[in-house]
Ligand binder design. Structure first.
Ligand code: IMP
Ligand code: MG
Length: 179
C-alpha cells in the first residue's frame, strides 16, 4: 500500500476528476478555434496526468511541452526562489500557450513560469489548473481555467505526490489531520 488509509479520506473519485477535466476542456474549446495550434506547457512532475487527459478532450491542434521548476523557501513569507530544472524546447513566439498545472498553492511556481513565458512574446498566455488552493496564494496570480477551488489541505493522487509516491493513484485523497 502506498499510503496509510487511516490518515487520508477520499476526496475526488476518478469520475469526479474526469468531470473536472471535462469542464476545463469545455472552456478551452470555447475560447480557441480548430486552427489555433495550441501549445500546452505542462509543469512536471505533477501535471502529466491532467495534461494527458486534457489534450484528448481538446478540439484544436495541440502541441505539448513540459517544464520543471523547483520552489525553494516554500514556508517563507518572502519572495521565495523558484529555479528552472527543465526549460521548454519550443519557440512560444506567436503561439497560443496554455500552462497546465494539477494544483496551485502559493502561486510562486506559476508566477515564475508565467513571467518567463510572457517575456518570450506568445500570442496569448493562459493558465489551466485542475485544482486551486486559492486561499493559500502569496502572489497575485490568476488562473484562467480552474477545475475546482479547494481548501488548504494536503492532497495525493492523480499526479499529486507524497514524497514522490502516490502520483499513480487514479483518485485523489486528502490528509485528515494536517500537522
Ligand atoms: P506553489 O508554487 O506554492 O503554487 O506550488 C505548487 C506546487 O506545489 C504544485 O504544482 C504541486 O507540485 C505542489 N503542491 C501544492 N499543493 C500540494 C498538495 O496538496 N499535494 C501535493 N503537492 C502539492
Ligand atoms: Mg505541479
Amino acid at each position: 500500500m502506498q499510503f496509510d488509509e487511516r490518515q487520508f479520506h477520499p476526496f475526488l473519485t476518478e469520475k469526479e476528476i474526469s468531470t473536472l477535466v471535462d469542464s476545463l476542456a469545455e472552456k478551452i474549446n470555447a475560447d480557441f478555434g480548430i486552427n489555433d495550434r495550441l501549445l500546452l506547457v505542462g509543469v512536471l512532475k505533477g501535471a502529466f496526468p491532467v495534461m494527458a487527459d486534457l489534450i484528448r478532450r481538446l478540439h484544436s491542434d495541440v502541441e505539448v511541452d513540459f517544464v520543471r521548476a523547483a520552489n525553494h523557501g516554500k514556508s517563507l513569507q518572502g519572495p521565495g526562489t523558484v529555479t528552472l530544472l527543465k526549460d521548454i524546447s519550443v519557440d512560444v513566439k506567436n503561439r497560443h500557450v496554455i500552462i497546465v498545472e494539477e494544483i496551485i498553492d502559493s502561486g510562486r511556481t506559476l508566477q515564475f513560469l508565467h513571467d518567463r513565458l510572457k517575456a518570450a512574446k506568445p500570442l496569448s498566455l493562459k493558465i489551466a489548473t485542475l485544482l486551486d488552493k486559492k486561499s493559500k496564494r502569496l502572489v497575485n496570480l490568476h488562473a484562467d481555467y480552474v477545475g475546482k477551488v479547494v481548501d488548504d489541505q494536503f492532497l495525493i493522487g492523480y499526479g499529486l505526490d507524497l514524497e514522490e509516491k502516490c502520483r499513480n493513484l487514479p483518485e485523489i485523497h486528502a490528509l485528515k489531520y494536517p500537522n
